[in-house]
Design a protein around this ligand. Sequence first.
Ligand code: GRF
Length: 213
Amino acid sequence: MKRYVILISGRGSNMESLLDAGLPGECALVLSNRPAVAGLDAAARRGIATAVIDHRGFASREEFDAALAAEIERHKPDLVLLAGFMRILSDGFVRRFEGRLLNIHPSLLPLFPGVKTHAQALAAGVRLHGCSVHFVTPALDGGPIVAQAAVPVQADDDEASLGRRVLAEEHLLYPRVARWFLEGRLQLIAERVKLSGEVAVGGALHVPQVVAT
Ligand code: GRF
């Protein structure tokens, strides 16, 4: 049975979707860099071990990342899933977990890295927005993309309404990708994504109609 660890910083709704997906693996730990967040309670309710490593207790990013890496390694995971983990990770950390470190980001990368992605999408006027699951490399929100789901941007969307529809897709996409990895079908080889076997295409690519004027 493969083992995975989930890193969170807050609400943890993506974590919940992973834990509730019946993945073919064991969640060894949910770790947060913030104490007393809702996601920790949600994990504990499901009987999952939790830990907090508060980044504010460390003098540098490298020291925090070293403590984080040590706690993760203790659980010997095959896969580490960043799920709303709001810390930039040092190159050393990323290299150490390369090929077994996935992230979900609420935009169609490489568009709109960073935060406030729904506001960025609305400001840019894109017709399609969405989410991406990618292997993590040292670039912020960079790294080989494994899968994306797209949602149409509606004329009356605001940040909240668009964010809700993207989040619903995140909750479908991330467990699907995690399953591929845990089944041994998804690998990162020479910085390229290799996915083998049947891939059910589901979810959410909506292409808006072009209205002739
Ligand atoms: C999600 O939109 C995720 O893509 C982003 O941060 C948000 C976290 O939400 N990285 P949650 O904690 O999973 O509910």
